[in-house]
Design a protein around this ligand. Sequence first.
Ligand code: AP5
Ligand code: MG
Length: 223
Amino acid sequence: MTKKIVLILLGPPGSGKGTQAKQLCHHYSLPHLSTGDLLREEINQKTVIGLEAKELIQKGLLVPDAIVMKILWERLSKKDCAQGFLLDGFPRTVHQAESLLKEQKENEQLIVLSLEVPNEEIVKRAVGRLICSTCGAIFHTTYSPSTLNTECDRCEGGKLYQRADDKEEVIRERLRVYDQQTAPLIHFYDEKKVLKKFDGSVSPQVLFGKLCDYIDSIRLSSE
Ligand code: AP5
Ligand code: MG
C-alpha cells in the first residue's frame, strides 16, 4: 500500500519555505498547512487567539505551543488532509515535534526537508518580501518582482503588502529565536533518519527540482 506523504519544510525565517510549499503542494496535490498563515488568519479575524498571537509575532517571538497545536490539530482533522499534507513552519520546538510524532500513523511517510540559507541573505530576502493580499503569492522587490509593481501579476490586481514582522530588527530577533528553539529539530529529525539538508541559496526553480528529485526517490524506495 502506498504510504500517505507528510512533508515538513524546516528552515529559518525567509529561507523559502512558503515559496517552495506552494509549488510542492501543487505538484503533489497536498494541502499546504502554514502555521504562520493560520495565525495571521486568526489575527485578521480578531479572535482571542489572534490578539495574543499578534503581539508575539510582531516582536519576532514564538506563539505558545498549546495555541499553535490547537489550531493545527483542528486543521489536520479536515478531510483534505486524509491523503497527506505539507507542514510549513511547524514544528518549531522540540515539544511540537514530539507531539506531532505521537499523532503519526503507521501508514504515513515522514519526509523532513531542511533549507539552509546564510543569515545575511535571509535578512535581504525578508526586508524585500511582498505578499498578495488576494491570492497569497510571494514576491520579492529585487529577486522576483511583480510585473505590475504594487499589484499582483498572478491574480492580476491583488494589492501587495509587507508583513508586519518583516522589519530588519524583527527579522534578526526571529533568527535568534530560530537558532535557540527550532534549530535543535535538525538533530532531532537527523537522528530519526528522516531529514535531508538542501542549499536554499540557489534559485527557487533549481531548489524545487532538487526537492522533487529527493521526494520521488524516497517514494520509489519505499514502495
Ligand atoms: P511564519 O509565517 O512561518 O514565518 P517564518 O518561519 O518566519 O518564515 P517566513 O514566512 O518569514 O519565510 P519563508 O521561509 O516562508 O520564506 P518565503 O518563501 O516567504 O511564522 C511567522 C510567525 O508566526 C513566527 O515568527 C511565530 O511568531 C509564529 N509561528 C508560526 N508557526 C509557529 C509555530 N509552529 N510555533 C510557534 N509560533 C509560530 O521567502 C522569503 C522571501 O525570499 C520572499 O520574498 C521570496 O520571494 C524570496 N525567496 C524565496 N526563495 C528564494 C530563493 N531561492 N532565492 C531568492 N529569493 C527567494
Ligand atoms: Mg512563510
